[in-house]
Design a binder for this molecule. Structure first.
Ligand code: ADP
Ligand code: MG
Length: 392
């Protein structure tokens, strides 16, 4: 789960990290009031969306009066902001963050991520702040320094100092950086984060090291331990189908193709996507209904699949081990009736109670194309949408 910049800054501040003062606003009027409350000669108004690149896209503006803050908020609120991370449709700005402006002497990069290669959390720093870190890493890998953190010891101060020296920090700034990195790591660990990114981390004109931008992501599997973090979820930033799927404990990922796939088991789901592609079409989603799905869950999965307007045909590929084929068939029949299914439906199932399952489908009167094996199922579903390469 991702959260907004202003929320990440609130979380990090709770752990002692230095962040500029700011106030969130959802109307131009509130933005003007926030400027006045801050009481600073200058402030920055920042679009709050779950994407970076806002600065370059015109989503961040330096303002010197409440009127200016109101004007800029009025210009961007309620409209999509398109950055290189949002895709061409952009993301609608529903809130802005009005923050005290900092005088920037240097822009640096500081990140912490679950580093799968090192099997630890790693701290990553670069002197090239304010730029895409992926780009810096690709072009000048020597400018990105990464250090694995021992989970039992935590961030050792010598590691933090090493990072500070790599950033060219001196004197008091080294100590400030060590304290900042230590509080970030504490926040990371305590909240089951998967990523903290401070880009830029800045040295201000008066020599302070502060977090000017903040991005935080959390491990969904740890969210049940952090109700205060879970509350920060912004459904506007998420795919409604994926939210609906999470209510039923379904693993659903929306993709761009036209074949809706309902499968049990992540491995089989991946294989199904592969074989659909090989047969000449594109999967519309990844959907794993899990091992012990009941009819209600299957029906929910089916509805979610069909809520995608791009879906032109549905492929159900189930191996009934723990999941019984008759339960699956009941769920499919129930859902097909609910949604008055008009799209072609190809079913391939195998395993426990398969005959009873097939009988249920047959007796239902729903038009089902049955397939003998996976390759056959993929071929038939592609045929149903008009053949290889159709509806791309
Ligand atoms: P994004 O990464 O989405 O572009 P940032 O928060 O990094 O958004 O802001 C982009 C740029 O705007 C920063 O690199 C910095 O130069 C400037 N900026 C952001 N916040 C402030 C601030 N509080 N004071 C002064 N400049 C800021
Ligand atoms: Mg940034």
């Amino acid at each position: 789960m991702n959260i907004h910049e202003f929320q990440a800054k609130q979380v990090l501040a709770r752990f002692g990290a230095p962040v500029p003062k700011g106030q969130v606003a959802s109307t131009p009027h509130e933005a003007a009031a926030a400027f006045t409350t801050l009481g600073q000669p200058k402030a920055v108004v920042k679009a709050q969306i779950h994407a970076g690149g806002r600065g370059k896209a015109g989503g961040v503006k330096l303002v010197s009066s409440a009127d200016e803050a109101r004007e800029f908020a009025a210009k961007i609120l309620g409209k999509p902001l398109i950055t290189h991370q949002t895709g061409p449709q952009g993301r609608v700005v529903r809130r802005v963050y009005v923050e005290q402006a900092s005088q920037i002497a240097r822009e640096l990069y500081l990140g912490m991520v679950v580093d799968r290669k090192a099997a630890t959390v790693s701290i990553i720093v670069s002197s090239e702040g304010g730029m895409e870190i992926e780009e810096v890493a690709a072009k000048t890998p020597e400018k990105v320094i990464s250090e694995p953190i021992d989970p039992l010891v935590g961030l050792a101060s010598f590691q933090a100092r090493k990072a500070a020296f790599a950033l060219g920090l001196k004197d008091k700034q080294v100590n400030q950086f060590v304290a900042l990195a230590t509080s970030l790591y504490k926040a990371f660990w305590a909240t089951d984060a998967s990523l903290i990114e401070i880009n830029p981390l800045v040295v201000t004109a008066d020599g302070h090291v502060i977090c000017l931008d903040a991005k935080m992501s959390f491990d969904d599997n740890g969210l049940f331990r952090h109700p205060e973090i879970r509350e920060l979820r912004d459904p506007n930033e998420e795919d409604p189908a994926e939210i609906e799927a999470s209510k039923y404990d379904l693993n659903y990922v929306h993709l761009d193709g036209t074949i809706g796939c309902m499968v049990n088991g992540a491995g089989l789901a991946m294989a199904t996507m592969d074989i659909v592609k090989q047969a000449g079409a594109e999967p519309a989603n990844f959907l794993d209904v899990g091992g012990g799905a009941n009819a209600e869950k299957v029906a929910a999965a089916f509805r979610i699949l069909l809520s995608d307007e791009r879906v032109k045909a549905v492929l159900i590929n189930i191996f009934g081990g723990i999941m019984r084929c008759d339960v699956l068939a009941e769920g499919v029949v129930e859902a097909a009736r609910q949604v008055q299914l008009k799209l072609p439906l190809v079913v391939r199932m195998e395993g426990t109670n398969v005959d009873r399952g097939k009988q249920i489908l047959k007796d239902s009167g729903i038009k089902v194309i049955t397939a003998n094996d996976m390759a056959d199922a993929a071929r038939r579903v592609v045929e149903a949408i008009g053949g290889r390469g159709a509806n791309r």
